[in-house]
Write a protein that binds this ligand. Structure first.
Ligand code: SF4
Length: 297
């Protein structure tokens, strides 16, 4: 359950497979985020800005969710699945932030601050998996800090933290150059290895989950003008009280970048033109879709 830390095997895969591929194959210069001012990255519509999940999501086969939220201004129904996803994002980011700020708090202190009115789930059903994730993260952070501290006895406290936990967590960044919101929030960016992480509450791996971190990689390139070649989707699953994590570590290739641009352009067009894309066949809609009531209520 290493979350944003790489295991020995993942590290070998990064060094001997992904980075050599990224260096050999490379990324076309027009698909780097810093080429935002020219096609294909330049957004066709200037007057629409979307959040990253709208630009990258493929939950709805026709993208009607994007139309309902951004044109009709329908407020999504917070399903249990989505609410729990938000909560586990909070467990991971709050625990890491506490270590980064050198103000560790224990799980009980964090648990007391949860606003249960916003979470459609009984506390007793999510307490154990949340506690497991929190305690595992805490132990891992303590071990990493102790390891770096013992290797570099003259390093300042700040330097030890910056080297042991090289993460920007919930990093705020503007996606405006790429047609996105000005207040995006990145789950995690490892600034020593230049890896863009995206945390997903899901059990099954999906190819399109790669779109979001690829989009963030290009946003990062557009703002900071540094290349981000490697991305990772971290799958966190906490069903039936059991917690499991697996990672999809990959090269942010030209194909993935082009795919993200196509998706962004389709969604920008729907919103800019105010065009209802219609519903797919009924069997393609899941009852946990946040817009199910709006479409079938
Ligand atoms: S209910 Fe179906 S058509 Fe409506 S937003 Fe959800 S997936 Fe799309």
């Amino acid at each position: 359950m290493l979350l944003y830390f790489l295991s020995d095997i993942e590290h070998k895969y990064l060094l001997h497979q992904l980075l050599p591929t990224a260096r050999e194959v490379g990324v076309s210069k027009e698909l780097r985020g810093w080429s935002w001012y020219q096609p294909p990255l330049k957004p066709y519509y200037d007057n629409v800005k979307l959040p990253m999940y709208a630009a990258s999501s493929k939950y709805c086969p026709t993208n009607r969710d994007v139309y309902l939220r951004n044109v009709e201004k329908v407020y999504p129904r917070l399903s249990t699945k989505v609410a729990l996803g938000k909560m586990f994002h909070g467990v991971v980011s709050d625990c890491l932030q506490a270590f980064l700020q050198q103000q560790p708090i224990d799980f009980e202190g964090w648990w007391q601050k949860i606003r249960w009115a916003e979470i459609p789930e009984k506390p007793e059903n999510v307490r154990e998996p949340s506690k497991k994730v929190w305690e595992f993260m805490s132990k891992l952070c303590e071990a990493k800090l102790a390891e770096v501290s013992s290797r570099q006895p003259y390093a300042s406290k700040y330097d030890v933290v910056a080297s042991a936990l090289p993460f920007l967590i919930e990093h705020k960044i503007s996606g405006e150059l790429l047609g996105l919101s000005g207040v995006l929030s990145i789950d995690c960016y490892d600034y020593l290895r230049a890896i863009m992480f995206d945390l997903k509450m899901a059990r099954e791996q999906e190819e399109w989950y790669r779109l979001s971190p690829v989009g963030y990689a290009m946003v990062f390139e557009s703002v900071h003008e540094v290349p981000v070649d490697i991305c990772c989707v971290v799958y966190l699953n906490a069903e039936n009280g059991r917690v499991s994590v697996h990672k999809d570590l990959f090269f942010a290739s030209d194909e993935l970048r082009q795919w993200w641009i196509e998706e962004r352009d389709k969604k920008l067009e729907i919103v800019a033109e105010g065009r209802d894309p219609g519903k797919p066949t009924r069997s393609q809609c899941k009852e946990w879709c946040m817009f199910f009531d709006a479409c079938y209520g």
